[in-house]
Design a protein around this ligand. Structure first.
Ligand code: BG6
Ligand code: MG
Length: 213
């Protein structure tokens, strides 16, 4: 087989949390009279919470905010976001994703999560996958967010595999760039499906299977 392990991004790959990020940031943006729409929300994909806030604040007209004020806004957004995540359930894991994962696992591949999110474990718990992956590398164990490769290199390290033996699956361009920077092959899906830096281009999650045939 070409790879020994797969490192999956979580948001936008295993399940979809964009709407919840959007709704939470929208509440903050509206309160501050900042224009924020779904197009701007796309730019937040794969980007850390603070970097997301800085993108939203590009539309802010007012005195520059202190770091303390920004941290307060990011933490308020997170409280709203976490309360929205409680609406997620195992129904948010599609049959296609579940069946594809189970098939790939039956080939003996190791699995890790490589997510920028500090809420990765909560999301996995909500969708009933908290014990499914061999390792979880997330926003809590990194200093540098994607496109820096740290989150994926840590995931490979947790699995005790060489980065070049791991395939990264990503829906964010920043994530594909992170994989490249870490010397890892990548499969782009969703927003990143047509990104030319991705090694493989997936139209559906189940297309992953063809990489291992
Ligand atoms: C990524 C999302 O998975 O996690 C980003 O794609 C988000 O949109 C980032 O900003 C950080 O998430 P959290 O849960 O730590 O605020
Ligand atoms: Mg993603």
């Amino acid at each position: 087989m070409k790879y020994r392990a797969i490192v999956f991004d979580l948001d936008g790959v295993i399940c979809h949390t964009d709407q919840y990020h959007y709704q939470a940031w929208k509440q903050i943006a509206d309160r501050m009279n900042i224009y924020f729409d779904e197009t701007i929300n796309h730019r937040l994909r794969g980007v850390s919470r603070m970097d997301s806030l800085n993108i939203i604040l590009e539309g802010y007209v007012g005195e520059p905010l202190s770091l303390e004020e920004k941290e307060k806004l990011a933490s308020e957004k997170n409280e709203i976001y976490k309360s929205l995540l409680l609406m997620m359930s195992p129904k948010d894991l599609s049959k296609e994703v579940k069946e594809t994962l189970n098939y790939l696992r039956s080939l003996g591949l190791k699995f890790a999560i490589g997510s920028s999110s500090k809420n990765a474990r909560l999301i996995l718990k909500q969708i009933g996958m908290e014990d499914y992956f061999d390792a979880i590398s997330d926003g809590n164990n990194i200093e540098h967010s994607k496109p820096h490769p740290e989150v994926f290199l840590k995931a490979a390290g947790f699995l005790k595999e060489k980065p070049s033996d791991c395939l990264v699956v990503e829906d964010a361009k920043a994530g594909i760039e992170a994989a490249c920077a870490g010397g890892m092959d990548s499969a782009g899906i969703g927003d990143a499906a047509d990104y030319n830096k991705a090694t493989y281009h997936l139209h559906n999650f189940k297309d992953l299977i063809s990489i291992f045939q």
